[in-house]
Design a protein around this ligand. Sequence first.
Ligand code: DGJ
Length: 558
Amino acid sequence: MKNLYALALCILAIYPAQSQSPDIPHLEKKDGHFALIVDGMPFLVLGGQINNSSAWPATLPGAWSAAEAMHANTVEAPVYWEQIEPAKGSFDFSNVDLLVTQARQHKLRLVLLWFGTWKNGQNHYVPEWIKSDTKTYPREENAYGKLLDVMSPNSPANLDADKSAFAALLRHVKSIDAAQHTVIMVQVENESGSVGSIRDFSPAAQKQFDAIVPAEFARAMHLPTGGTWAKTFGPDADESFAAYSTAHYIGEVAAAGKAEYPLPMYCNVWFAYPVHALENRDRPSAGQEYPSGGPQQANIPIWKAAAPAIDILAPDFYSDDFSLFRTIVATYSRADNPLFIPESQFGANFGRYFFYALGHGAIGFSPFGIDHEQTPEVPNPEGTIAAAPFRAVNPAENYALFNPPGSEIAQLNLDGKLLTAVEDKGAARQSIHFTDADAVASFGFPQPDGTYPPGTSTLQGRAVVAQLGPLEFLVSGFDVSVSFTLPAAVLQHTPNQQLEILRAEEGKYVDGVWQTTRILNGDQTDRGLNFRGGNPPLVRIHLHTLPLYDEALHRNLE
Ligand code: DGJ
């Protein structure tokens, strides 16, 4: 009983939103898989982040139409501290009201981005009354005493000012949205950390650096207590101190907001990209190549220990390097951290990264800067739009496939039943393993009998396969043919069997109920399920097994 109580407390500490009200958007965890629950149903965030200065009345119309054009169900939009608190303690939430009202008119959900103390490792969104009073609201100083355009994370006055603004924001959101849940998550700060110095070297911060590491934090990190930062963290002391200070600050801001209205809260990450410039620079340097003290890869344990009110550390991804994307997905998918990609490029990689993240349990995905993008056709190397067999990638097609059925997809992910395959160089054929069948994804067309699939020129092939029941799957994708085989492990155990399609139904989910449009057969199934076009269907395929040989006949022949 005592253990059960301790377990319950532990779960509440990790996901405090769950305990507050069954209605409020919250995160749910089941057997190591996560979902964001909105209005009692799993919700897949098909997001689009608008540009930094677009959350204003003059620019919002373009944001909504861009989100609609890409079939998004959620818009990520900033809330500017300088705009909501133009004078200390005096708040103007008119822009927030506009965001919520217009999102509802466009049947979109919102993720609010709190541009508070930090925005891309700097302080550019703090109100003027803070910027101009560096005595009361101290800046971070570099090792030579230069005042930076970064607020000190070691200043109680800075923390109090941000906490009270953020709490006022959440109080207001609750007052206008507690019944409707248009706002489903909040990002606390934006790409926090410090650009320009590894940590704050101001005299006040130095005093904290020279002091003993807070015992509670040391214990949470399973480190010896009673040591200074230098003694406890050695060569990593400066950045660890910055990470603790930043995480603790933001954790307090989040907790103050949750005390008003406990929405799920996350921090987006400007992570440490590998340094390729010079061979001897084997390690990116904190405060130069990335903001020091933010929740970058190596700081995840510090952030988890120092900011328990933050539910998700969510990497922003800006690179064409697919293997780096896979590494980052693996790093931020943890038992204590749902995978959420709150920013990515909006180019040719959008579809493959989105599919890859989805197949690794992501609760959502969101390219950045949607309201400037024209959903361009991607030209081939000759500068013209590619003709068949290679299609140009249309970013909107990705979300169109899942909106609807976002809820069914999110539920399948929560149940651990959904997997994807994404084309890569030299991997135009891939197997997706389930216990009773393997789905084989072959990318690119045409696929003449007996030849290896050609792949696509832009590596845009992608497939999604979800298990609905024994030998029953939901399948779709782009530039891919999907067929099914019996897994080697199953055949080893029971060799005399083969797999056959019983029924392949093309259809859609309407209000959560599957509706068959037509039954596929012949050329539509004989060489796998083919998804060639830009608006692929969903196919529900039922397989069955039958003996490979008539055993009686076989025995007679022997
Ligand atoms: C990452 C930031 O989080 C965004 O607010 C924006 O500045 C983009 N970078 C621009 O690429």
